[in-house]
Design a protein around this ligand. Structure first.
Ligand SMILES: Nc1ncnc2c1ncn2[C@@H]1O[C@H](COP(=O)(O)OP(=O)(O)OP(=O)(O)O)[C@@H](O)[C@H]1O
Ligand SMILES: [Mg+2]
Length: 327
């Protein structure tokens, strides 16, 4: 793939727990090009946030253990970076809007104190007036009314939508090349969520940033991304251009995900996917989806399918497609 900004290859991450390890990420492979908007979907617990935290170098270790794989950001190996290099990466390379804005903001400091701290950290500016100016313009850029008042407020004094905007301002106060947006605005009502997504889209265009958008909502992914990765139980099972994936989902899991979306014009309630995401302590052999798959074959229990190109950029990890080509 040309023009790659982020290249994750075969990432394996486990968590140490009482009595052993949770084998959560089982070889995640994904790429993001400069200025590309990429979506990541998959059921709760499939490892989306774990993947992103590892990319940012903020996976808590312990209990997290990186067992294998490679993460290259602009060709530089993130997993072997020293602490100062990782700091530099977060200062100027990648930023993340976290899933839970209340957890991302500290309740005992004002928004101003937190925002100004972040700006000082990123830009190294000492002079109070210039830091405050950057903070005010960051709040303005996320369309928050009355920025001086917001700077004086504590997080608890703001609404959920305002807090989410403050988090975006925090993430975007300083120029970055990649923004990871983990379920932005999911806990808010759909109109606010839509405003937040528009805002992220506009800022990404203005600043020529690439975006990884994580969402449970296939509608959101369809509207706001150019390419999609589908994740199941710690592996990427399918990737394609967004339009292509929705027109022609190939992996049985992707198909099932799409059937879960209630259709206004359809025949009633969506079906859901029988079964549940596997136990990471003792995950299924071969393809991790096989116990829930209606097309399961012998080989699926024995071997893990690799991502296999079906048509150009459309790749799928399933023995139903090109099974002879899998290594
Ligand atoms: N610090 C940790 N210690 C132990 N297990 C963890 C830890 N962090 C995550 N996990 C486990 O890793 C798995 C993946 O979690 P992760 O948060 O990456 O999922 P997710 O895809 O982001 O889910 P959601 O859609 O609900 O946000 C879960 O089973 C979770 O319990
Ligand atoms: Mg998550």
């Amino acid at each position: 793939m040309q023009d790659v900004l982020l290249d994750v290859q075969d990432l394996v991450v486990h968590f140490r727990v009482y009595g052993g390890y949770l084998k959560v990420l089982d070889g995640v492979t994904l790429q993001v090009r400069h200025q590309e908007r990429v979506g990541l979907v998959g059921e709760t617990g499939c490892g989306k946030t774990t993947t992103m935290k590892t990319i940012m170098g903020i996976l808590p270790k312990p209990p997290g253990v990186v067992r294998g794989g490679r993460i290259l950001f602009k060709g530089r190996d993130v997993l072997s970076m020293r602490p100062q290099e990782l700091e530099h990466l977060r200062r100027s390379g990648i930023s993340m809007i976290f899933q839970d804005p209340t957890a991302a903001l500290n309740p005992v400091f004002t928004v101003g104190e937190q925002l100004e701290d972040a700006i000082r950290y990123a830009l190294g500016k000492r002079d109070h007036a210039s830091v405050r100016e950057v903070a005010l313009s960051a709040l303005q850029s996320v369309a928050l009314p009355d920025p001086p008042r917001i700077l004086e407020s504590y997080p608890v004094q703001l609404s959920g939508g305002m807090r989410q905007r403050v988090c975006i301002a925090l993430a975007l106060a300083c120029p970055k090349e990649l923004l990871i947006a983990d379920e932005p605005g999911t806990s808010l009502d759909v109109t606010i969520q839509d405003q937040i997504l528009r805002l992220i889209h506009r800022l990404a265009e203005e600043r020529k940033m690439a975006v990884i958008l994580i969402s449970h909502s296939l509608g959101v992914i369809r509207e706001w991304t150019e390419r999609v990765y589908v994740m199941y139980a710690g592996t990427i099972v399918e990737e394609a251009k967004t339009g292509e994936l929705f027109a022609r989902p190939l992996h049985p899991y992707t198909e099932a995900l799409m059937r879960c979306v209630p259709k206004l014009t359809g025949t009633g309630i969506a079906e859901g996917i029988p079964g549940r995401i596997p136990d990471y302590f003792d995950p299924p052999s071969g393809c991790r989806f096989h116990p829930r798959c209606p097309h399961c074959m012998d080989i699926c229990r024995q071997r893990k399918p690799q991502l296999f190109p079906v048509d150009g950029d459309h790749r799928v990890a399933c023995f139903l497609f090109g099974r002879d080509s899998h290594g």
